[in-house]
Design a protein around this ligand. Sequence first.
Ligand code: FEO
Ligand code: CA
Ligand code: CA
Length: 619
Amino acid sequence: MTKDLTDMSWDDFDEMRDPRPATNEFDAVVERAISRRGFLGGALAFGSGAAVFGASMLTPLGARAAASGAFPFEPIAIGTDFDIHVPAGYSWSTLVRWGDALVSEAEGAYSPETGVPVAMADKVFGENTDGMELFEVDGREIIAVNSEYVNPKINLPAASEGVAQNADEVAMLKHMQGVTVMEVAKSANGYAVVVDSPYNRRIHHDTPMVMDGPAAGSALVQTNADPAGLSPVGTMNNCGSGKTLWGTYLTCEENFNGYFGATGAYDETDGIKRYGIGGEGRYAYEKFDPRFDLSAEPNEPNRHGWVTEIDPADPQSTPVKHSALGRFKHENAEMVQAADGRVVVYMGDDERGEFIYKYVSNGLYTEGGATEGLLSDGILYVAKFNDDMTGEWLALTPETTGMSLEEILVFARLAGSKVGATTMDRPEWISAHPARAEAYCALTNNSKRGGDSMPVNAANPRETNDYGQIVRWQPAGGDHGATGFTWDLYVMAGNPAVYDNVYGGSDNITDGNMFNSPDGMAFDSTGLLWIQTDGDDSNEGDFAGQGNNQMLVGNPDTGEIARFLTAPNGAEVTGLCWSADRKTAFVGIQHPGGAWPDGNGKPRSSVIAVWRDDGATIG
Ligand code: FEO
Ligand code: CA
Ligand code: CA
């Protein structure tokens, strides 16, 4: 393994493997429409290097203006340092960092020189914090939070180039990822983890699970270790999250492909290629654990890339991988309810040119009622965004795809291409408005948008899209269960200081609030949309004036957007949830660079608490 593999971003890793989606019929239709008549009444600019649609699908907001008045805080300036900044009248403190003890046995386990010993790796808070949700259980506050991946040079300080050299080091990496369930409590000193709480738990790459739904037990998920195909082990690359209506946690398996490698020959099927699996794994797992060796266990990757449900109230419960929700690089899982009571889960597949999905249960949910089958028996749909700003959810069935149901679920990407789903600019988090039937999806960026294999389309209108946009849709009849919808772009990120065309962004982007690469998103209880970024924080060139990654707040009605928090340089802002009394927001700071927050040259991913100094609610 080379040094570069462990350092590479997941997007660069995808680019190396380059599993480009097949050009589909919809792309061809849009391309024909452009050349024939322009788009949406002729506002189209179509020139060298930048095929773009006009501004008519953007939220009409009038002249550019600094956000003001719409938010209960004064927007802050960009950050370029290694610290965290919040508005005047707000404060923050660190809740927990990678390596902090969940049980008293692990107190002091972390050291900047040696990391965390293998025996303690699953008794401390996990690495690279990401999606999280807070649950109230018997009057206690329990946070379930993802640990997405690892930073081997920080995690394995003794290993050459940060590459695992033996089974113990691989185990160390496996056990510092996955999910942490932890009780938190507030004292005079603010929030802290309740060490030794009976709810504290780590779930990682070696934790026993079960699979349910139509693909469970199928030949596609059977392995030597589990010939029945019902008992997968481990959840990995846990990115975004979700919360069920019945109070359980949904953890979403994203870039699972990077953990698999081959020590010998393997069959390079369409499924293997489309999911970017093969070659050398990022972390040398395959060299020390045959489960991750494609040449020994070709079906093991099919057991990952699912939405997995965890009951935070029962530390003995076995996590369940829900095959009915489809297998892809899951970002998050946003659960809402259809008008008739069916459960609806919106999901993005974060890779260049992949799709947005929704699952609709066959059964109905009533508060306090049975939940059996609600995430194992339903229909998976994929989104088609038409260029007239309507859209439809296309059912993925044996009839529409020519694939078996098991194949549809395990290879959902292939099924989506067959029905003509719209290629998107890397769908990240989806969040539904709390008071009306409307959902928002962050399309973070797409360096490969444009050209013949992934032409622009109306919802993804910029070639070489380095800034990203947020698309939103309103289901027909105000019913999340409907198969039709209308859509528009809530914001197109950009840099108005550098560009005066669509790369300058939509009208609600100004010199004072600009950002790139929207990623995490969550609506608060007041109907404001919190937006977290994971982008280029060089503050140079196309990104000059945008500073470090940040968290902004958007008003969905006026379109106004204001900057609330800036992260340390090098960090991504990941995950957001609120305390039960809504007076504290918990925010994830993933892979900070430089000296924050320990000052020892080994900065650790952390969850911070943010509150208002006057004690008022914060969302
Ligand atoms: Fe793990 Fe797409 O972010
Ligand atoms: Ca993300
Ligand atoms: Ca991202």
